[in-house]
Design a protein around this ligand. Structure first.
Ligand code: WT7
Length: 655
């Protein structure tokens, strides 16, 4: 460790002093109650992961070497052989758990399906046979563009069964995004649906797929699931209805024996910046860490828990925590197709009540939306089955964390804020709910077997204070590269700090050693030479009683370098205006300090977000600087920005 730098990489304020130890009641039946796992991993990093791999997975062949590390390339469980779909399905059926529910699925219109492990196994085997008949073999890539219906995990697991890598493209993406991803992966088959339900409307997927397929020579076959029943064009010889090809398929299908390091899937990261990267995940290490984290971070009791990860499978969260982690662990999950406000704003709480959900995993953007909608909806349902709440995707503001704990968790459930990335494959920094005293807004500590450090501009570890988040040791579910672009893999993650993986996030370590994520470092502002994290100013704003959501950016300023512009969404019952604007500016100045006081406050009904719910500060910077907008293709709702621009032009400027 070095002396604290004179010029800290990121200045931090540390406003939060509440803390929540696990309750005695929760601890009494928790899987982990103390530091035993952390201690074991600290004693023997490789031995620890080897024990998890042996405990959590079934191997066809035992590995010879736990880890081969040739920076930046890691190989885990080298020589080991296994199949992912066998680990998710066959072994549960063989162990007599075939009648256990794998998915309680619910469509947006209200239709439901209950799918046991035995049924899921049979359907996956049939579809794996279909894929083989269509010429899909070990080593191929298959693109998947589907709504949140059971055929989506079936398609993924069928790919895994025959040894083909899947590349799931989120159903909200455009034809152009789909085309680019198919071409990059040279996918041979596309699996899609006629459409899916979203806010009461049928979203036409096949039509987008057809547009994408005009220019994808690698695609030989398309399989289409009938979901909405809308009329779609079917190209003779190329397109096949799922129900037709499945009709005669056998439920017996030998799984391909895969090497631990064989490619399991590609997932393209939807950036708020730059062009998408095909993140590569392999089999043995990925499954080990997905299952390990799913079990211990959520304190999974597979026999009794009803677990619901409310993400879309199109994101890595759904890959690791709807499909692979829960199925490897033999869990019972809820899977929901549609939006949280259809038919009413209580849809989620209705689902929690009806299925008696015990573990809920969602994103800060959803929590802040519920905050905006108010407490009436959750209060009108019985949420007493819940016992663990998780958050992922963005820094969670302390006030949103507190709201989640109080209004969803009844002040009873531990909240686990989980930091990780598409690239890390699985959770990296998180509390263990029976062991860790949490602080609202902190992801707390690196998990057992994970080595994270915050460093300064020169790459020197910062023991206490702000800087850049890095990972210092390989972990089993780490990305194995960017598909077709090793140089970019090296440049993006391994070049900024010698010998370290750089995540692109800012973080600070507080006096107790807790990690606080500060957002992407591109989101750090520089006000008169003070580097201020957007997350902290946003959290100060959200801590004000009138505010539901806030996004803060640095706009160009001739005097101070940057000035802070705040975009604020109020709670339902508030009147935005100049007066409230002044009050909020003063509020931030009191909470953090005058440097962090926003120069301008712009009230808006909505914020521009990516389809995964991350605020696109890049676009807000464009608005604040009065520039033409950059690339808006990953934006969920493009009209939001026009509205914000109009308001920005009208907003008063203060100093
Ligand atoms: C980026 C990764 C991980 C699955 C969903 C997102 C941000 C993620 C947290 C958290 C603060 C977080 C980071 C990270 N992020 N979780 N708990 N606290 N920030 O995956 O799309 O690859 O995004 O999301 O900035 O780098 P992703």
């Amino acid at each position: 460790m070095t002396e604290p730098t004179e010029n800290p990489a990121i200045e931090v304020y540390g406003l939060e002093d509440r803390s929540f130890p696990p309750s005695e009641e929760f601890r009494a039946s928790a899987l982990v109650r103390g530091s035993e796992l952390h201690d074991e991993a600290a004693r023997d990093h490789e031995g620890f992961w080897a024990r998890q791999a042996a405990d959590l997975l079934s191997w066809r062949r035992q590995w010879d070497t736990v880890l081969e590390w040739d920076l930046p390339y890691a190989r885990w469980f080298v020589g080991g052989q296994l199949n992912a779909s066998e680990n998710c399905l066959d072994r549960h059926v063989e162990a007599g758990r075939g009648d256990k529910v794998a998915f309680h699925w619910e469509g947006e219109p209200g239709d439901t399906r209950t799918i046991t492990y035995r049924e899921l196994h049979a359907e996956v085997c049939r579809f794996a046979n279909v894929l083989r008949d269509l010429g899909v073999a070990k080593g191929d890539r298959v693109a998947i563009y589907m709504p949140m219906i059971p055929e989506l995990p079936v398609a993924m697991l069928a790919c895994a069964r025959v040894g083909a890598a899947h590349s799931v493209v989120f159903g909200g993406f455009s034809a152009e995004s789909l085309r680019g991803r198919i071409v990059d992966a040279q996918a041979k088959v596309l699996i899609t649906a006629d459409g899916g339900w979203r806010r009461g409307k049928a979203v036409p997927l096949k039509a987008s797929a057809d547009a994408a397929l005009e220019d994808t020579p690698s695609i030989e076959h398309v399989v289409v699931v009938r979901r909405t029943g809308d009329e779609v064009a079917m190209a003779a010889g190329r397109d096949h209805w799922y129900h037709d090809v499945m009709a005669g398929a056998s439920t017996e299908c030998a799984a391909e024996v895969m090497e631990a390091e064989d490619l399991l899937y590609l997932l393209y990261t939807s950036g708020t910046t730059a062009s998408p990267k095909g993140i590569m995940h392999t089999t043995g290490g990925y499954l080990t860490q997905a299952a390990f984290t799913h079990k211990y971070v959520f304190d999974l009791h597979a026999d009794t828990d009803v677990y619901w990860c409310a993400a879309d499978i199109g994101w890595v969260t759904g890959h690791s925590y709807i499909v692979y982690g829960p199925l490897v662990n033999g869990a019972t999950s809820v899977m929901y197709e549609g939006s949280p406000d259809h038919p009413g704003r209580d849809r989620w709480w209705d689902i929690v009540e009806r299925y008696k959900v015990t573990i809920l995993y969602t994103a800060p953007t959803a929590i802040r939306t519920f905050m905006k909608w108010g407490t009436t909806e959750p209060a009108s349902h019985d949420l007493s089955s819940l016992r663990v709440l998780g958050s992922v995707g963005e820094p969670i503001n302390p006030e949103a964390w507190m709201w989640y704990r109080r209004h969803i968790g009844g002040d009873r459930c531990p909240v686990v804020d989980t930091w990780w990335q598409t690239e890390t494959g699985a959770i990296m920094i998180s509390p263990l709910p029976g062991a860790t005293t949490t602080k609202p807004g902190s992801a707390t500590f690196p998990l057992p077997g994970i080595a994270a450090e915050v460093v300064d501009d020169r790459g020197q570890p910062v023991e206490r204070g702000g800087g850049y988040l890095t990972l210092t040791r390989p972990w089993p579910s780490m990305l194995r590269g960017i598909y077709g672009d090793p140089q970019r893999y090296h440049d993006t993650y391994w070049s900024r700090f010698e010998g370290r993986y750089f995540a692109g996030d800012g973080a600070r370590v507080d006096d107790d050693g807790y990690f606080w994520l500060l957002g992407r470092v591109d989101d750090v502002m520089n006000i008169s030479g003070h580097r201020v994290s957007t997350t902290e100013v946003e959290s100060a704003l959200v801590a004000h009683a009138a505010v539901a959501e806030a996004a803060v950016v640095g706009a160009k300023d001739e005097v101070t370098g940057q000035r802070i512009v705040a975009f604020v969404t109020c709670k339902g019952d508030q009147t935005p205006g100049d007066e409230l604007g002044q009050e909020l500016r003063a509020h931030v100045a009191t909470k953090i300090g005058p440097t962090a006081r926003p120069r301008t406050v712009i009230f808006t009904d909505d914020l521009p977000k990516t389809r995964s719910g991350k605020i696109m500060r890049r676009l807000l910077r464009d608005v604040a600087d009065g520039r033409d907008l950059g690339d808006t293709t990953t934006l969920a709702d493009a009209s939001v920005v026009d509205e914000i621009r109009r308001r920005a032009e009208a907003a008063p400027q203060d100093d």
